[in-house]
Ligand binder design. Structure first.
Ligand code: CAA
Length: 258
């Protein structure tokens, strides 16, 4: 793949959007490669955590490719929007947690890509925004939906209607990101968190992700029923037997086998 790099460190897969000269803007070619990378990770159950980042120091992803988009018809735009959304939803529902390591611009489709991830860690130079209405369009890869679910709806509406970007510290204040770190510490911080996740029982982590995502889309009674099912299903796993035996036998150094 030319536009997306995929590497693995232990149980952590790292996806890097690699189109630095265009600030990692999401052309169709980039989306095709991203889809291939996500398909590969999805098929790899030995991946317990994923990190998505952008090549270079300046930009995570500066959005969908405006030059490529500008002459699209309504039908072509619908196809493009559905394609980006399909990949982002696939990221959101991957079997394991996904961390966005946001280095620089996360605008439009870039902000949307970060929001399809479970956790966002930002470098101090990160800039988030949904500038689409300034281009005569709405956000098209999930921004109107995920931003309003991640931060208070009024803040999401302000960001989308004004098209004004926010810096990392403001993103932290509104809860859009989990942490802000110096740029040179970004990948180390993301990897440390990813490796911390990998130390836990992978099936339990996957079940917890599934329960949180499903529960957010339904009423509390149905959500609790989802939790009860996911919780009890864990009792059919070796990880549950092993994890609890380690506790009662005071074993400190655990290694889950999956
Ligand atoms: N699409 C295509 N090319 C892009 C791009 C984008 N979204 N963002 C940056 N580039 C290209 C520029 O055209 C430029 O290419 P050339 O060197 O060939 O001229 C190169 O990347 C470097 O960009 P700049 O010279 O503009 O760099 P800068 O530091 O002056 O500005 C920036 C950086 C503020 C991020 C600016 O590039 C910018 O505003 N980019 C567009 C951001 C944007 O509007 N994103 C939303 C896109 S729409 C969308 O994403 C819809 C959706 O929801 C699906």
């Amino acid at each position: 793949m030319e536009n997306v790099l995929l590497e693995k460190q232990g149980h952590v897969s790292i996806i890097t959007i690699n189109r630095e000269k265009a600030l990692n803007a999401l052309s169709t070619a980039v989306l095709n490669d991203l889809e291939e990378a996500v398909n590969t990770v999805e098929a790899d159950k030995d991946t317990y955590c994923v990190i998505i980042t952008g090549a270079g120091n300046k930009s995570f992803v500066a959005g969908a490719d405006i030059a490529e988009m500008k002459d699209k018809t309504v039908e072509e735009a619908a196809e493009y929007g559905a394609y980006g959304n399909k990949i982002f939803r696939q990221i959101e529902t991957l079997h394991c947690p996904v961390i966005a390591a946001v280095n620089g611009f996360a605008l439009g489709g870039g902000c949307e890509l970060s929001m399809a991830c479970d956790i966002r860690i930002a470098a101090e130079n990160a800039v988030f925004g949904q500038p689409e209405v300034g281009l005569g369009i709405t956000p098209g890869f999930g921004g109107t939906q995920r931003l309003a679910r991640l931060v208070p709806a009024g803040i999401a509406k302000e960001m989308i209607f004004t098209a004004r970007n926010i810096k990392a510290d403001k993103a932290l204040t509104i809860g859009l990101v989990n942490a802000v770190v110096p740029q040179e510490e970004l990948m180390a911080t993301a990897l440390k968190m990813a490796n911390g996740i990998c130390k836990n029982a992978p099936i339990a982590v996957a079940q917890a992700k599934k329960a949180i995502n499903a529960g957010l889309q339904t009423d509390m009674d149905s959500a609790i029923a989802i939790e009860v099912k996911d919780f009890s299903d864990c009792f059919a796993t070796e990880d549950q037997t092993y994890g609890m035996e380690c506790f009662v036998n005071k074993v400190k150094e655990k290694e889950f086998k999956n």
